[in-house]
Design a protein. Structure first.
Length: 248
């Protein structure tokens, strides 16, 4: 079940814990994908907090928000780029997107397979997608004080197996949000320190799992009109000339 867009907006833009989470996830995403000119960058679910760094450089930025969640205009003070859509029918041409991020769009969906099928369809050859979900082993999935406490949490192996079934190749995975989901001033002030420690200590499990994937593109197989005939018809050889029969 999707969360309401107003609840998501209030968490990420009006609470200190939400701003800490937004900054940590966005910085990790920008480390992976520095803004480049000419790219089409899209987000599905409530991914718009991660897309702001791409507004200046990208050819276009699109925020896709599912109908059960609702939509809000974004970004504030600029031309709106967010759009309401169905989970299984995104208003984008096939192969249009260079970079795609899903956040609060997969774990809360009643039909995650349809979401991944649409993600695969809109992603172009050579494109990358980033899937952001609650980490089953982390503290954030165990608390309903944040949006990551709702929906189905994943382990890395569970998520990668599901992604492979829908035509994606996992490239790398990691966790973020290593501090507990607490509004206490100590944890909020030390959040940057915990994120740095989390990058250096693989055993320190974060509250959010991020998996980067590429799109599998298969080479076409020979067949149909390209299949070689076993007994080709010789069309270009001159026909034999008729020979006159001798007169008796």
């Amino acid at each position: 079940m999707h969360l309401d867009v107003l609840d998501l907006r209030n968490f990420y833009y009006r609470t200190q814990l939400g701003r800490v989470a937004q900054r940590a996830i966005r910085e990790r995403m920008v480390d992976l994908w520095p803004p480049l000119a000419g790219q089409t960058v899209a987000g599905f679910g409530f991914a718009v907090p991660l897309l702001r760094p791409y507004l200046a450089e990208a050819r276009r930025v699109i925020g896709l928000m599912p109908g059960p969640q609702g939509v809000m205009p974004w970004p504030a003070g600029l031309q709106n780029v967010s759009v309401l859509c169905e989970e299984h029918l995104w208003p984008l041409p096939t192969g249009m997107v260079d970079r795609l991020v899903l956040m609060h769009g997969l774990e809360t969906s009643e039909n995650p397979g349809s979401v991944l099928d649409e993600a695969h369809r809109v992603l172009g050859p050579g494109g990358r997608a980033l899937i952001v979900v609650p980490n089953r082993a982390g503290l954030w999935s165990r608390s309903d004080a944040t949006p990551f406490g709702f929906g189905r949490p994943y382990t890395a192996s569970q998520l990668e197996a599901q992604l492979k079934r829908h035509g994606f190749t996992p490239e790398r995975n990691f966790t973020v949000l290593h501090a507990p989901p607490s509004q206490a001033p100590f944890w909020l002030r030390s959040s940057n320190l915990w994120e740095r420690l989390g990058r250096r200590l693989p055993w320190l499990s974060g509250g959010v799992l991020m998996v980067e994937v590429s799109k599998q593109v298969y080479a076409p197989t020979r067949g149909g009109l390209l299949q070689r005939a076993t007994k080709p018809v010789r069309l270009w050889e001159p026909a034999a000339q008729p020979v006159a029969s001798p007169k008796k």
